[in-house]
Design a protein around this ligand. Sequence first.
Ligand SMILES: Cc1cc2nc3c(=O)[nH]c(=O)nc-3n(C[C@H](O)[C@H](O)[C@H](O)COP(=O)(O)OP(=O)(O)OC[C@H]3O[C@@H](n4cnc5c(N)ncnc54)[C@H](O)[C@@H]3O)c2cc1C
Length: 439
Amino acid sequence: MGKKIVVAGAGHGGLVAGMKLAAAGYDVTVYERKIRADLGYDWEDAIDFRVFADCGLEPPQKEKYSFNGDMKFYNPNLKTPIIVPANGKGSAVFERSEIYDVLIKAAEEHGVKIVYSTEIIAPVMNGLRVTGIRTSDGVVPADLVIDAAGINSPIRRNLPVCCNVDRDYGYGECFYAYRAYFNKIEGHEPDVAYEVFLMHQGEHGISWVVTKDTYVDVLIGRMAPMSDDKIAATLAEMRRFSPQIGETLLRGGSQEQIPVRRPLSVMVCDGYAAVGDSAYMTMPMTGSGICAAMRAGVMLADTVLADREERYSRETLWDYNRKYILHYGQSFAAIDILKNVMLCTEVEGVNFLFDKQIITENDMSFGTGRNEGGMAFSDVLSRGIRGIGNLPVLLRTAGALTKGDNVKKVYQSMPEVYDEAAVLKWKDDVLAATTLMKR
Ligand SMILES: Cc1cc2nc3c(=O)[nH]c(=O)nc-3n(C[C@H](O)[C@H](O)[C@H](O)COP(=O)(O)OP(=O)(O)OC[C@H]3O[C@@H](n4cnc5c(N)ncnc54)[C@H](O)[C@@H]3O)c2cc1C
């Protein structure tokens, strides 16, 4: 006991893991570039309310959150939307700052130290082992580094190749998301408040318009960074369809990145474990990642606590890697296939799936949190995808969906113990099963 744990970045999963480990007597310090008041974002997030209890946390009081209702998904031609009823199971909507208040309070109460205004630069290596972090204030040694520094983590990005942790993401694996709250123009109330636009305006990505009582929450997510002019033009187009979106910016207005891909296959190495966005733990269609990050934080802490010899090696940390993949990662990887079809292929294919009612309300119910396991891809194929007139579009769309059924099988074959050759082979198999198309 008393081993030194460094949490790189005050990400949600890192705070949960740190809290559990500090409670068990570990010496835990979080290093974070922002100041306390700037943690998170100036907007609300939808999460599964049960996550607080799952992590042993006291949830915010009732008056601090509300519940999302039904969701309406539009295909690119906007003609045949699908409404997915929440059926009383909508996600809870919290201010991000409220979530951070809960996490920071619990972490500090359990003895976690948090050092703000510190830029993390890279891992410190000793051979194959991560032995600390290099920060703007110098080197910090650690027996274990928990990487909770988000999608562009400088730790993950600077790991040597021999750690087997993929350092970068590619096209279609990250949303560049502009999010803003605007004033609401009265007189234009949509039938469903939460509207999601797939391959919006014919572009790879997603947008949403959430119409509240006094404001409208707008998100524009694309697979490449957007210029200010591009955002302004997209907003102008959105206002034509959704005239309730006013011109006065009330909150937000920044462009941020969200991972939207399968999780890292290998998220641990000697002295290192990634959690949350640094390991791409978001649900790929929606980019929701808070719950998965927090639950993974519990899994990681359990694995560390079970490592009686305090090795924190790739072999002993593999148990965490495997638990995460089998509980969440494989389902999210299947949803990643759906995302590739719905957001990154051809407009014609997506319109066809909606117009001919091949995609159903049930297939899209992941958005409400009802169906995190995703769709049965072979079912979709049997529902008549063969009807697409354009042969190349048919082949690409059907090919992508066929792949979806194979993904779970490959994930199930994940090695039970860390054997280098077996892990590398499985990692290659995952890549082959999830790579859909050349871009
Ligand atoms: C527009 C938008 C909407 C979203 N909506 C939802 C939603 O409704 N529901 C949901 O569940 N999720 C949502 N997400 C995703 C969610 O933000 C992430 O999945 C979640 O925050 C988990 O990521 P994380 O905590 O691992 O990393 P992050 O939230 O990225 O936190 C990483 C931390 O590390 C710090 N850091 C990074 N680099 C360094 C460095 N070099 N040195 C020091 N510190 C560093 C950062 O400052 C930050 O505090 C949304 C994201 C965006 C951008």
